[in-house]
Design a protein around this ligand. Structure first.
Ligand code: 5GP
Ligand code: MN
Length: 345
């Protein structure tokens, strides 16, 4: 049995909207990850099973290693089909906002969503949800939005209507937001849910291979290069890796090729904090990814130094300047957080 995580009033309220809605739109955050796509498609399969006209819209492209997911070919990219997406958003009865907390996270789509007369529901697990939705289902202690989607569907009374395809998507989101159940994954109910998803006929081993073992040769070589250049700071129990535009072109970089790199330095003994700096090819900025293990709050570093935020153990931000300046700023952050980095726990 699952604990009732989502408040009953929110479930009741959503059921009222849901029963009357015909057109539903699901939106998720920029540079969608496994949980953004997994939760969106998990909900989409359910809506389809109930005869709704539903569309998933995301701000921009998502990585190739998620393109095997059932329904992914029907996902609409806002940066490519803006007019059609605007029409769907404007005409929707209900808009479901998944896996993001503030409207800025959906980039240019935000304006259309704010202006739409649709009823809006937020389903998310990031801290500090904004107030752009009437129903707010926000649970930062739950490790993925996909898990929340599963819980929502079950609490609405539709577990039996979850299809194998829907279960595959939900599982993918749960798996990717916990690094294959290696962090944020001590809640025993996660494994009860996995068991329920397995009852739908999913092949979790195949899903793992589809997501993680589909490297291109150039991605693997890029990984080797990045790790050779890695800087380790034993006195701060930290490590930093980086990737310039020049290096990206040398290794035929395509979007998603550096997905997961930031986690690798955490496999070094005694390293509890990892930083990955990647020069953006489209905008003059450096994307920062931060990861930590244990109680070190990498979201504090993201907020204080890189205009960002996120979770305790996984956060990110941006830096406007050169790679050298970004590295220097990261080293400044290390100095400031030295006592916390060396604290036990
Ligand atoms: P990633 O390193 O995978 O890009 O991001 C990890 C997490 O950090 C995301 O799930 C999100 O919560 C947070 N995050 C990443 N980039 C930003 C950013 O620019 N601003 C904020 N507020 N959060 C971010
Ligand atoms: Mn997520």
């Amino acid at each position: 049995m699952l604990t009732k995580v989502i408040e009953q009033a929110n479930i009741d309220h959503f059921i009222k909207w849901f029963d009357r809605a015909e057109k539903m739109v699901i939106v998720s955050h920029i540079s969608p990850d496994g949980d953004a796509i997994g939760s969106s498609l998990g909900l989409w399969h359910f809506l389809e099973s109930q005869g709704k006209t539903a569309h998933v819209i995301v701000p921009n492209a998502f990585p190739d290693f998620l393109k095997w997911m059932p329904g992914s070919k029907d996902i609409l990219q806002y940066d490519r089909y803006r007019d059609f997406a605007n029409k769907l958003i404007a005409e929707a009865d209900v808009i479901c906002c998944l896996d993001f907390n503030v409207i800025q996270r959906i980039d240019a789509m935000g304006k259309a969503v704010l202006e739409s007369p649709a009823r809006k529901i937020l389903i998310d697990h990031h801290l500090h949800p904004g107030d752009f939705c009437r129903i707010i289902i926000s649970h930062p202690n739950i490790s993925s939005t996909s898990e929340l989607v599963f819980r929502l569907i079950c609490r609405m009374g539709y577990f039996n209507d979850i299809t194998k395809e829907g279960a595959e998507c939900i599982y993918t989101g749960m798996m990717t937001d916990t690094g294959g159940f290696t962090f944020n994954s001590n809640n025993r109910e996660i494994y009860f849910i996995i068991s329920e998803l397995l009852s739908k006929g999913i092949d979790k081993d195949a899903i793992y291979r589809n997501v993680y073992n589909t490297y291109s040769e150039s991605r693997l070589r890029l990984m080797g290069h990045v790790l050779t250049q890695m800087k380790v700071y034993p006195e701060y129990r930290a490590a930093m890796i980086s990737l310039t535009v020049k290096e990206q072109s040398r290794f035929n970089y395509i979007r998603g090729d550096s997905e997961g790199f930031v986690n690798i330095p955490l496999s070094i003994k005694n390293v509890v904090f990892s930083c990955f700096l990647r020069e953006d090819t489209e905008r003059p900025m450096i994307k920062i990814s931060l990861r930590s293990v244990g109680s070190f709050p990498c979201n504090q570093v993201a907020a204080e130094f890189f205009h960002g935020g996120g979770h305790l153990n996984a956060s990110g931000g941006e830096f406007y300047g050169t790679m050298e300046e970004a590295k220097a700023l990261f080293e400044k952050a290390l100095e400031k957080y030295k006592p916390l980095l060396n604290a036990k726990g």
